[in-house]
Design a protein around this ligand. Structure first.
Ligand code: TEU
Length: 568
């Protein structure tokens, strides 16, 4: 059987500090604001908090551009505030994992400032510096750098535009796979690895419980930085992670690596999370395959998907890591639109579908990650102009496309951005129906979703039929039933376009889960041959239908109905 580990049994709650709770009335969330709300987490029953970056940063990418790994950004508070938060969480048996962003730093980090000084500055080699190509060699024109030069290669930044920036002072270009204010660290330099590992150990000494590792499978770049290879799962990636495992990680931490790639090859994935000695030692990883299903090439483009695609991705991973490693389970985070608007129905069946998606997350095999506001059924934001957005990943490419005339006007991209923008996830947490949703006394840095009068924590905590109350029961149910954590997963009716049905088994214990991903009634035949079944969870009031119905072969589900049966 599967080895017991505390992080397999845990439910993780993700906090985006900028948007969680503002304690000092500047419109920006902060660390004391989180501490004020730890009871919300304790009542929900979650076991771990993952805190998005709170380090000193010019905030070009909301903290994913770090200027000092060992200091807290003054916008968010002080190190003493952080220690108070850690203690408040630990007092309630909630562990704390920190975001580790070491593919790149901020261009305002002292290493990069030093690197800018000259070609042989002490920290020059902490980053990737290259000479430009002759402009004639490139197959397109660039607006960056000297007229007779093109960037060293054709790589594109994940945020649009070339992945290189020209530096006049030294006449060379530096690599940035994200914003130009996020220069990539050169992991080939052993001094970089020493410094990163020392910094990680410094945080572990501060009694944290693990790391979420930002785009960690980008840290090894293909040799010579060739045009036709991408810097994903590069040649030395397992060597670097193995070194990290040996020098930092063997202490029972929760480590979750964010892994770019579509698809992410299973052989790499297995090695990242293999519990064997030659595995990289990560507890689990985040892949992107399910959240890329509906994406087009550009941020405002979407593509069609149906439930069978979504099930196929999850089935592949449930199966692919079986006995080889552990899955993470997420449907949204700070980079993704709200799950209920995307995979559910955020209109008539908002509550039912939010609960159904929660049921899925809490009954598959893996560790669930709940993103702040998900437990309230928070939805996407009705963006209406470019001024409503704050995110570089939205603003940069849209602005360049507008400038280039590739996109005629905001109207042409409105629907796509409403569906896709990361800012959907970043609107303030909805605490109450007070002004600014109880998030802040001041005008928040990004607008509050207008539905806060109905969708908010205070109202939901007072309502037994709320999404919040259902989530509380889900977390509790998972905590009380080993079969949910350690049981085998077996899907049924994989070709069904509306129903996701599966069973989980562990020894004699058996659960049967049926989820109707549709805003209408659906019937389905499921091969459940149990003699007896009792309803354990349902997202409909009085959802307990006669057991005979389950056994009749044809199974009827109401719109977005979710049912979990215990079979004996
Ligand atoms: O995100 C990784 C990443 O590639 C994102 O650009 C993601 O693909 C995209 O947002 C989906 O729309 C991580 C962090 O989670 C993100 O917030 C950072 O901006 C990024 O790395 C750079 O550090």
């Amino acid at each position: 059987g599967e080895r017991r580990r505390w992080w397999k049994e845990a439910v993780v709650y993700q906090i985006y500090p900028r948007s969680f709770n503002d304690s000092d009335g500047d419109g920006v969330g902060d660390i004391p604001g989180i501490t004020e709300r730890v009871d919300h987490l304790d009542d929900l029953g979650v076991d771990v908090v993952w805190l998005n970056p709170v380090y000193e940063s010019p905030q070009a990418d909301n903290g994913y551009d770090i200027a000092d790994y060992r200091a807290i950004d003054s916008e968010y508070g002080t190190m003493a505030d952080w220690e108070d938060l850690r203690d408040a969480l630990h007092d309630r048996d909630i562990r704390l994992i920190m975001d580790l962003v070491v593919n790149h730093t901020s261009d305002e980090h002292e290493w990069f400032r030093n690197a800018l000084e000259s070609k042989d500055a002490e920290y020059r080699d902490y980053y990737f510096w290259r000479e430009g190509r002759d402009a004639a060699e490139a197959d397109r024109e660039y607006e960056l750098g000297p007229a007779d030069e093109a960037p060293p290669n054709d790589w594109e930044s994940f945020f649009g535009g070339p992945a290189w920036e020209y530096h006049e002072g030294t006449g060379e270009w530096y690599l940035h796979l994200f914003d130009r204010k996020q220069p990539d660290l050169n992991w080939e330099n052993p001094a970089v690895r020493d410094d990163v590992f020392e910094m990680m150990n410094w945080w572990i000494e501060k009694d944290i419980d693990g790391f979420r590792m930002d785009v960690i499978n980008l840290i090894s770049k293909p040799e010579g930085l060739p045009n036709d290879e991408l810097p994903i799962n590069g040649p030395r990636i397992h060597e670097y992670l193995g070194e990290m495992r040996d020098r930092v990680l063997d202490r029972g931490l929760l480590t979750v690596g964010e892994m770019i790639g579509d698809p992410l090859p299973l052989d790499h994935a297995r090695r990242y999370v293999s519990p064997d000695e030659d595995g990289d030692g990560l507890s689990m990883l985040f892949h992107f395959e399910h959240v890329l299903l509906d994406q087009g090439d550009r941020i405002w483009e979407t593509s069609d998907w149906d439930l069978t695609d979504l099930k196929a991705v999850f089935d592949r991973w449930q199966d692919g890591l079986e006995g080889e490693g552990w899955n993470s389970l997420y449907l949204n985070n700070h980079d993704q639109p709200r799950m209920v608007s995307r995979f559910g129905d955020d209109g008539e069946y908002r509550k039912e579908s939010a609960k159904l998606l929660g049921t899925l997350l809490h009954t598959l095999r893996g560790t669930p990650y709940v993103y702040q506001g998900e437990e309230l059924g928070m939805t996407n934001y009705p963006f209406d102009s470019l001024e409503d957005f704050r995110d570089v990943e939205t603003l940069n490419p849209v602005q360049s496309a507008l400038d280039a005339g590739e996109v005629a006007s905001f109207d042409a991209v409105r629907d796509g951005l409403r569906a896709n923008s990361r800012d959907n996830a970043r609107t303030p947490m909805q605490w109450s129906d007070d002004e600014h949703a109880g998030f802040s006394e001041a005008e928040p840095w990004i607008a509050v979703n207008p539905n806060y009068d109905e969708v908010n924590a205070e109202a939901e905590r007072a309502d037994d039929a709320s999404v919040y109350e259902y989530y509380r029961r889900l977390v509790e149910f998972r905590g009380e039933n080993d079969v949910v954590v350690y049981g085998d997963y077996e899907p049924f009716v994989q070709d069904h376009e509306r129903v996701w049905a599966y069973e989980r088994t562990l020894g004699e214990e058996r659960l049967f889960v049926a989820l109707n991903f549709a805003s209408g009634e659906t019937t389905v035949e499921v091969p459940v041959d149990a003699d007896e079944a009792t309803l354990a969870l349902s997202n409909y009031d009085g959802g307990g239908r006669a057991v005979s119905e389950l056994l009749a072969g044809e199974f009827r589900l109401r719109p977005w109905e979710a049912r979990v049966y215990r079979c004996e």
